[in-house]
Design a protein around this ligand. Structure first.
Ligand SMILES: C[S@@+](CC[C@H](N)C(=O)[O-])C[C@H]1O[C@@H](n2cnc3c(N)ncnc32)[C@H](O)[C@@H]1O
Length: 416
């Protein structure tokens, strides 16, 4: 890997770890070739997935914590040495050159050289004995309380490998995708790193990227053909596409104009249709719908394997306002639902407070509201996914032999 890609990876790490910005919100470096941009992104993500263990391996060689820019160079090189198993000579040389180039790090080039030479020899054994990167307490605490320490460790381990890419196929489409496997729930799974836009069928809209877990809430809603369905919090539109492809008359609503533009692009690429509304779900008023899908904004802690920056950036203080908004959205959505209609509430969160607890609390607030118990095997899933109140709980430690699945919660409610 060239120096420019490594330098770009350092800028990315600075954006995430110091500026606390999500990777998706950082500007790409257009001076780099697409291949170097991809290399830089892979390297930065490797550091973020293993930051704690990498720091633990570096620490014994430091007299005192170096300034952040020098520490970042050490972390980058440590990830290349210990996780990627790159050749030590090239990695140490590049790290020393990066240190010499940096204004604040030039005088630390000797230290970088000395630390990395030792790390190259002793680090692999030390790294092999380190536990996987721990989740921050605000995620680990509730997960451990609900599912136990063993499951917490299994989830942390499941966050380490690059996740595979899942596709939802448009009904009737059968693109020839070498290397794809069909999952029990019907999604197609491709190896991590597959360039989706280059696949046959992408331009003609035969499929869209959607984790296997994210494809289930629409299926939990049951038969939607011919029904008026509201997709509340719809962008970028994965579930809108599913609903439209299944023959629903869909209204897709989202607060964010830029994210709604992506819904529009996705509908155009796939040749599907939906009425689009940009606005606050809490202000939406319309004749009652037959069915509603509420994919509520949440901490997204179920998607850490796809977003290793998330635990480094998201503050725990987001949990309380998000759960309050989820509660308001459930109440508002129920008011927009026909008697006897179905509402699927879902979040891509690992926190019960954004899933199981929301549904239990909604049942207490609304007389006559009930859960239509999920039937996981009928969806190609496992009965172990059933949660006590009738929903489905998915976690990244499930399907270990198939490559895991995002964390998700979903339940189908019906009102009198
Ligand atoms: C989990 S994402 C939705 C993903 C989408 N359902 C899909 O399958 O592609 C949550 C969405 O909620 C939107 N959102 C947040 N607050 C909202 C509000 N008050 N009203 C409407 N949309 C909101 C965000 O802009 C974001 O796009």
């Amino acid at each position: 890997m060239g120096l420019e890609a490594r330098q770009a990876a350092l800028r990315t790490l600075d954006g995430v770890l110091r500026e606390k910005r999500m990777l998706a919100h950082l500007p790409g470096d257009t001076r780099l070739s697409p291949a170097d941009q991809a290399r830089a992104a892979r390297l930065a993500s490797l550091v973020l997935r293993h930051l704690g263990p990498l720091d633990a391996c570096i620490a014994p060689y430091l007299d005192r914590k170096p300034p952040l820019p020098a520490l970042m160079i050490l972390r980058l090189a440590a990830a290349e040495l210990l996780v990627a198993g790159e050749d030590a000579h090239g990695v140490v040389d590049s790290a020393v050159t990066l240190a010499k180039r940096g204004k604040g790090t030039a005088r630390m080039a000797g230290m970088v050289n000395a630390v990395l030479r030792k790390l190259a020899v002793e680090g692999p054994d030390r790294f092999a004995h380190e536990a996987p990167q721990r989740l921050p307490g605000w995620i680990a605490g509730p997960v451990k309380k609900r599912w136990g320490a063993e499951t917490l460790r299994a989830i942390e381990a499941a966050h380490l490998p690059l996740p595979p890419i899942d596709l939802t196929l448009k009904p009737g489409a059968a693109p020839d995708l070498p290397g794809a496997t069909r999952l029990p729930t019907g999604s197609l799974r491709l190896p991590a790193g597959t360039q989706v836009t280059a696949l046959p069928g992408y331009d003609t809209g035969a499929f869209w990227v959607q984790d296997a877990a994210a494809a289930l809430p629409v299926r939990l809603l049951g038969d939607v053909a011919g029904l008026r369905v509201l997709d509340l919090c719809a962008a970028p539109g994965g579930k809108t596409l599913q609903l439209s492809a299944l023959g629903a008359d869909v209204t897709a609503l989202d607060l964010s104009p830029s994210r709604m533009a992506r819904v529009e692009q996705n509908l155009a690429r796939t040749g599907l249709s939906a009425t689009r509304v940009t606005g606050d779900a809490l202000d939406h008023d319309a004749p009652a719908y037959d069915a509603i899908l509420l994919d509520a904004p949440c901490t997204a802690t179920g998607t850490i394997r796809r977003h290793p920056d998330l635990p480094h950036v998201k503050p725990w203080t987001e949990v309380e306002p998000l759960t309050r908004l989820q509660m308001q959205l459930i109440d508002h959505a129920l008011g927009l639902l026909k008697p006897g209609g179905r509402l699927v509430f879902c979040t891509c969160s690992l926190l019960p407070v954004e899933g199981e607890f929301q549904v239990t609390a909604a049942l207490k607030r609304h007389e006559g509201l009930r859960v239509i118990p999920a039937d996981a095997p009928a969806l190609g899933g496992d009965s172990a996914w059933h949660s006590p109140e009738g929903g489905l709980r998915l976690r990244p430690d499930l399907w270990p032999d198939l490559g895991g699945i995002d964390g998700f919660y979903m339940a189908c409610l019906t009102r009198p």
